[in-house]
Design a protein around this ligand. Structure first.
Ligand code: NAP
Length: 342
């Protein structure tokens, strides 16, 4: 008989509560520390000891019970996890193999990474690239992977360092810091826009050539086009920022869109597309093939490797709920990596 080994996790539950001033019930979500047994994760798939997880904006939405993100209750949130294979179950992985877990369902409709163990289908695993430590892989995580996808799309669409300035919005966020650093490494001239006046020096140290207040890249006029300014844009925030960036992109430029922290509506005319040939490229890190995932991770571990000393901070599982509040109000710089209890 297998020994019972309890391990810690954060569990999201939903309960129906009555409002004091009305007859209607509504749902309240609670994120609590729990102790689980390995059997609670089911029996099928590969069992991974999670060494590090990380906090993404999407996790914070999940932890708040956002119905667009959470697909089941109770749920262990956490869309990022890196660790070691503990039970292979005939998957072809060997015990001790270092892996990343990445799949659209992980941490949304299947128990995720805010736990010392995770059990997932073998095809959700990516082999840890040679040259990347478990800690650095967690720091990159979904946010860094999304930045790499975005930069890859600018390159695919012919944007080169000679094309001109690249704008990165939400530059101090998880996606933003990786985009700034990666673009600078590849020789691009990067303008970072941010709402954090006290983080300019850190963005310059990551390689940004200019740092501007986020209001400076927003144009609230109704002009369908504004003065050409950007050869490419990595937009992490959506809304009026994305709208303004598209209208200020030069002929043949490319804009990538991955986020919505500033708003989910864009409200544009067709003029940037038909008069300047701008390409708007949606970035969806969740629904890519595992082959593409492995290939991009291998590039991240080699040609695109970065010095991550100044872009992540480590917290414990019990400190995570406070960090969730911070990421929701936009005050985090870079990435929060979660070191799991052994
Ligand atoms: N499509 C995908 O596959 C994918 C993958 C990963 C992330 N995402 C999305 O991409 C976005 C960024 O993710 P992240 O991990 O970088 O999140 P994050 O770490 O929370 O960073 C978001 C950054 O946006 C800026 N910001 C916050 N509130 C804002 C507002 N009201 N208006 C303008 N800017 C604001 C802040 O940076 P400054 O203070 O520097 O401006 C903040 O640090 C999120 O919406 C996330 O859900 C999508």
């Amino acid at each position: 008989m297998k020994p019972t080994m309890k391990f810690p996790a954060l569990m999201l539950t939903s309960e129906s509560v009555e409002k004091a001033d009305a007859d209607v019930k509504h749902n309240r979500c609670l994120l609590t520390s729990v102790e689980l047994d390995r059997d609670d994760l089911g029996a099928d798939g590969v069992l991974v000891q999670v060494i590090y997880s990380a906090l993404n904006y999407k996790d914070a939405l999940a932890a708040s019970g956002h119905t667009g993100v959470v697909r089941k209750f109770p749920l262990i949130p956490g869309i990022d996890a890196v660790g070691k294979v503990i039970e292979s179950n005939g998957s072809g992985f060997r015990l001790g193999d270092e892996v990343l877990i990445a799949h659209a369902k992980f941490g949304t409709s299947h128990h995720g990474g805010f736990s010392s163990f995770a059990r997932v289908p073998a095809d959700w695993l990516v082999k840890l690239p040679v040259g990347l430590s478990l800690e650095d892989a967690a720091a990159w995580g979904t946010a860094g992977f999304t930045a790499a996808q975005s930069v890859g799309q600018l390159l695919n669409h012919g944007v080169s360092p000679e094309s001109g300035e690249i704008l990165v919005t939400g530059a101090t966020g998880g996606v933003g810091v990786f985009a700034v650093q990666l673009l600078a490494k590849l020789g691009f001239s990067v303008t970072a826009s941010t709402g954090k006046l006290d983080r300019y020096e850190q963005l310059l140290a990551l390689g940004a050539e200019k740092v501007v207040p986020r209001e400076e890249v927003v144009d609230l006029s109704d002009s369908p086009l504004t003065k050409s300014r950007w050869a490419g844009v990595v937009d992490c925030v959506g809304g009026t920022t994305l709208n303004s960036a598209i209208r200020a992109t030069q002929v043949g430029g490319c804009v990538t869109a991955c986020g919505l922290v500033s708003g989910h509506e864009v409200g544009l005319t067709v003029y940037p597309f038909i008069l300047r040939g701008i390409v708007l490229c949606g970035i969806d890190s969740a629904n890519v093939s595992q082959k593409y995932r492995q290939e991009l991770w291998d590039v991240i571990g080699s040609d695109w490797s970065l010095d991550l000393r100044n872009v992540s901070q480590e917290v414990t599982l019990s400190q995570l709920p406070d960090q969730i509040e911070r990421i929701l109000n936009g005050s985090v710089f870079g990435r929060i990596v979660v070191r799991m209890p052994e």
